[in-house]
Design a protein around this ligand. Structure first.
Ligand code: TXA
Ligand code: MG
Length: 345
């Protein structure tokens, strides 16, 4: 397939290019586009045939529902049965932004979008290109992350090109995404709010706004018997090499990793932090994910580093734990999902 590549400026988005991208959405074709979290692979959310192509291209199981992206509260209102005004204290503060909210779905949304569920995940992204693309298309856009199923989400142009060039009609490219991790997901369709996926909007912040918020056990890696987000049961973000996460306190983890590396025969790499990189023997292969004092930048680098590991001929990656405060909870959630094995203290 011939893929139209549109390079769009973030500061001054070229309207004619945005119109071209929107015309693909209106024609029920697929368009990859940037958001402030990760790149998405979008289709007209009101057209079941357009949405079906997303599942085919990604190789995504059909029971794993998609997030629908809107460009206004007014647009969101038409897609759900709940009275969205009831949640205005939340949406006024957090939308547009890196958070997805789950409501009861209206029938205008085809069942394929929600994987047959009666609920729908909605996000109003803060990214100017994403917002204008939705606005010019005139329809809500269903979009999962723009990676092939099972791989880390794309956070830069090269990731999107690698996975989707030749497979979809149009790629809108606009540099690196800001957060580098997918949105926080909160289910508001149940009696009490539940955090289903940690992300850039932290639990600490959410609890100020939703004191009754509970945290789904899968967020911390506990096996969910009845996964609420169907995506929870699939293995995610897997780099093509084996990743071992040392999941405990940092002191213990660094010592354990040093001991382990003495025994390994193959080519390994240690995933560490600026604060700890010098603890490891001089000759070890090591990559810093960033400073522990700047977890937002660790998050922004994470998927790119995981994706780059398979390009080198490493056989094994040994990874330090990060603190589970702020966006750290999302970092650890993605690392646990990416890991082949976790070693606990
Ligand atoms: O930041 C993001 O959220 C990105 C950008 C493109 O918006 N999107 C994204 O989509 O990460 P995806 O498809 O990779 O992850 C969506 C997650 C899946 O785990 C899915 O199971 C869950 O949201 N989900 C979608 N609809 C749901 C629903 N009605 N109930 C529970 N979980 C739902
Ligand atoms: Mg995804």
């Amino acid at each position: 397939m011939n893929t139209k590549i549109l390079q769009i400026s973030l500061e001054n988005p070229e309207i004619e290019k945005l119109n071209t991208a929107a015309s693909y959405i209106k024609d029920n074709k697929l368009v990859a586009f940037p958001t402030e979290t990760v790149y998405g692979l979008g289709a007209n959310a009101l057209n079941g045939n357009a949405v079906r192509k997303i599942f085919e291209v990604k190789g995504r199981p059909s029971d794993n529902p998609l997030i629908v992206h809107v460009s206004s509260i007014k647009m969101a209102k038409k897609l759900i049965k709940n009275d969205i005004e009831k949640f205005s204290s939340l949406t006024d503060l957090l939308w547009p932004g890196p958070i997805t909210l789950i409501f009861n779905k209206e029938n205008v949304i085809p069942d394929i979008v929600s994987g047959g569920l009666s609920t729908i995940a909605l996000r109003y992204p803060a990214h100017p290109i994403a917002q204008q693309l939705i606005e010019l298309s005139g329809v809500p856009i269903a979009a999962p992350s723009a990676n092939l199923s099972g791989k880390p989400s794309p956070t830069n142009e090269a990731h999107v090109i690698n996975d989707l060039k030749g497979r979809v009609e149009c790629l809108v490219l606009s540099g690196k995404t800001v957060f580098g991790l997918e949105s926080t997901i909160v289910d508001l369709s149940k009696y009490k709010p539940v955090l289903l996926r940690p992300g850039p909007v932290s639990v600490e912040r959410l609890k100020e706004l939703l004191p009754e918020l509970s945290i789904h056990p899968s967020v911390k890696g506990e096996e969910a018997k009845n996964p609420l987000a169907p995506g929870m049961k699939y293995r995610h973000y897997s780099p093509e090499i084996e990743l071992i996460l040392y999941d405990g306190n940092l002191d213990w983890a660094t010592k354990k990793i040093i001991n382990e590396t003495k025994k390994i025969k193959g080519k390994y790499v240690i995933l560490c932090s600026e604060e700890t990189i010098n603890f490891y023997p001089h000759l070890s292969r090591k990559v810093s994910l960033g400073s522990r004092k700047e977890l937002y930048s660790v998050a922004a680098n994470l998927f790119d580093i995981l994706l780059s590991l398979s390009k080198n001929d490493y056989e094994l990656a040994l990874c330090e734990p990060f603190p589970e405060t702020g966006i750290g909870l999302a970092i650890m959630n993605r690392l646990r999902k990416a890991s082949w094995k976790t070693v606990k203290k």
